[in-house]
Write a protein that binds this ligand. Sequence first.
Ligand code: SF4
Ligand code: SF4
Ligand code: FES
Length: 344
Amino acid sequence: MTVTSEQHIEGKRDVTFRVFRLNPQVDSKPYFDDYTIPVERGITVLRALNYIKENIDASVSYRVFCQAGICGSCGMRINGISKLACTTQVWDELPKCREAGIIKIEPLRNLPLLKDLIVDMDPLVGKMKHYRNWVESSMPEPEMGKKEFLVSEEEFSRYDKATDCILCASCVSECSILRANKEYVSPAVLLKSYRMNVDTRDSLHDVRLAELVQDHGVWDCTHCYRCQETCVKNIPIMEAIHGIREDAIECRGLKDSAGAKHAEAFMSDIEKKGKLVEATLPFRTNGVAWTVKNLLPMAVKMIMKRRTPPPPPLVKSSKGMKQFREEFREMTEHVKDDHKTHNK
Ligand code: SF4
Ligand code: SF4
Ligand code: FES
């Protein structure tokens, strides 16, 4: 096929890769190196990095293995968003550049940096271990090896999507809570815990759930959905997080978790008034003693600035509450039925 000069220009151009650099053994602070190379349409960011490493600067460090979106090794931030370098097209990134023609490449966030674009995955692996994210067989030992442990298609469909996770840590890098609290369980770990907890071959459900409702666990998630938006395998991570929370309330009640009490108080307000009674929410979630001890200074500041929420008697019900309550009741019954069907 004859290539016209216009197609030729559209199909190949110089692109600058602005790459984050830090070798903690020699550098006192991070910096960026610019590498400008000719790139053809169809080239991935990983192939561009390989070109730079092979032809311009062998010291640029990043992790890579399958080069096909399977192993999860090449997670990095490209133009500010965590994704896989081996499945990201340079051409798709060009319109997203802050500075025309310059693609910014940085390491994943929320994990310790080892060198350049390589982060330490040990904290994530450590959390997987802490939350016991493996199947501990519920089959009695004498029966092991004598019969198969079959999983029905219906059961498998409950965690099918979760098994697509390749542990690339892109969701971990984008998690808003992890940025503030590195102890937080993290979305990838919650996804894996959910996958294990709905597996009927597993015997650790109760132990795992007891750990998940502790501090830094499932109730700390703010529902920002960043993890789900970022997931390189389009896994509905939030369904897993909601699934663990529903399971926790069903199996453990409200006794040991401020998060569960918060969810209950939230639902109760919505059912009764169609809106939140914010002034009493902290008391109902954390108790009077905790609220007075921890939130009193903030409450005083809010009073001084006249930013306090209205007291309960002044919170009027939303309009159309009769119909809303009917719909709310139907919705909660539907969710309960759904939950029962899942747990059969
Ligand atoms: S939804 Fe929860 S787990 Fe996901 S990124 Fe936000 S805080 Fe993190
Ligand atoms: S859930 Fe998605 S983004 Fe997170 S580690 Fe797994 S594949 Fe990567
Ligand atoms: S190198 Fe394996 S997912 Fe990119």
